[in-house]
Design a protein around this ligand. Structure first.
Ligand SMILES: NC(=O)c1ccc[n+]([C@@H]2O[C@H](COP(=O)([O-])OP(=O)(O)OC[C@H]3O[C@@H](n4cnc5c(N)ncnc54)[C@H](OP(=O)(O)O)[C@@H]3O)[C@@H](O)[C@H]2O)c1
Length: 363
């Protein structure tokens, strides 16, 4: 299967979104973020993913500000960076969402954010079946639409929505007014004309959800394709757990790695048999190719991470691997000069659940 993968995708509003970005979940320490973000931008990453609940927006803002001011990546400007943040579930609702975005802008020390997502379809402290969840997330969406219209957000989207949640959003009735009760300071950038608001019916530009070979989520992929919503995959590496379980590339897929052909059953199997029986095969043994045990493990992890990420790209998704290790950050971007057969990426994960995250979602 031949496929090409773009370095950026064009969103439905014409904005360019890089196809690979840096995840930052659980990374809060300023020095670590300084190192990771500089490493990533020097390596060629242009997308950084954060969220209010990660509590690292301010530190990320500091890192980027310093990199730009001190020209640590020569020629790089704010306009070259695609920054994503997300609404905390405690801030669902029109006013709370509006204020939360302003707070994110302040934390990040930015005039605008490239993509803002509703992080989760539910609201903190509400029970899952509570119908207020649906009301709140629609109100949050209205706030994002308004902030999009005044160009504080260049694109808007959702995260962890099911097809049910997306359908509610895409097939909603037209809005004819908004219920802003903002302070005068906040209103200074609020829309002034309800007539123009009525025209602002935005279909999400992006949907970010967990997606990897153990959790394909075909229904969401199909819905997003149909509605021109860009898919962004998170936890492509299963938070690291899928790496050890994913075989390195078979020789047929391996022009990129420039290594000697690897021994193993996959070498000699016709495509069809590979496709249906690969899940049952034993691991490919890299031992004879790479003598040194540590090197073997490092190489295996590198290849496996790249396969998992390339798999996401070949499904048309943006991928946002998280790493705090410079070498891994660089390797995780090295995804454009090889090809895999995405149908036969096999994760030997008999004992790993599909999802890394809580799958109970609000109504
Ligand atoms: N919207 C949401 O609800 C949501 C949920 C989860 C995640 N996300 C976003 O998606 C990003 C990525 O997902 P994730 O953080 O869950 O996990 P992930 O990217 O699937 O995996 C990250 C883990 O893999 C390790 N790793 C990374 N590259 C590696 C390599 N080349 N070789 C070996 N190990 C490697 C990292 O360790 P080291 O750091 O030590 O390298 C880390 O432990 C997050 O950081 C966040 O920005 C969003």
């Amino acid at each position: 299967m031949a496929s090409t993968v773009a370095r950026s995708y064009t969103l439905s509003n014409g904005i360019q979104m890089p196809s690979v970005g840096l995840g930052t979940y659980r990374v809060r320490d300023q020095d670590t973020l300084d190192t990771c973000i500089l490493e990533a931008l020097r390596a060629g990453y242009r997308l950084i993913d954060t969220a209010a609940v990660y509590k690292n927006e301010a530190a990320i803002g500091n890192s980027i500000k310093r990199i730009l001011e001190e020209n640590l990546v020569p020629g790089l400007t704010r306009a070259d960076i695609f920054l994503t943040s997300k609404l905390a579930p405690k801030d669902q609702g029109y006013d709370a969402c509006y204020k939360a975005v302003l707070e994110s802008l302040q934390n990040l020390q930015m005039d605008y954010i490239d993509l803002y997502l509703i992080h989760w379809p539910g609201t903190s402290k509400l029970k899952l079946p509570d119908p207020q969840n649906a009301t709140n997330r629609m109100e949050s969406w209205h706030a994002l639409e308004d902030l999009y219209r005044v160009k504080k957000l260049r694109s808007i989207g959702v995260s962890n929505y099911t097809v049910h949640h997306l359908t509610q959003l895409v097939e909603r009735p037209r809005r004819d007014h908004h219920h802003a009760t903002l302070s005068s300071a906040d209103r200074s950038i609020a829309p002034t004309s309800t007539a123009s608001l009525a025209r602002t019916m935005v279909v999400p530009h992006v949907h970010q959800f967990e997606m990897h070979p153990r959790l394909l989520q075909r229904d969401l992929l199909e819905f997003c394709r149909h509605h021109r919503i860009q898919v962004q995959a998170y936890s492509s590496l299963g938070e690291g757990r899928l790496i050890a379980l994913t075989p390195p590339p078979a020789p047929a897929m391996d022009a990129h790695y420039n290594s000697a052909p690897l021994p193993g059953a996959l070498d000699i199997m016709p495509d069809l048999i590979r496709k249906y029986f690969a899940p049952l095969l034993p691991p490919i043994d890299l031992g004879p190719v790479i003598d040194d045990e540590e090197q073997r493990k490092a190489d295996y992890a590198k290849h496996s991470a790249q396969i998992l990420l390339r798999w996401g790209l070949q499904h048309g998704a943006v991928v946002i691997p998280k790493s705090t290790q410079p070498e891994r950050i660089r390797n995780n971007l090295d995804l454009f000069s090889f090809e895999i057969d995405a149908d036969i990426v096999v994760v030997r994960a008999v004992d790993v659940d599909g999802s890394s995250h809580d799958s109970d979602v609000a109504v």
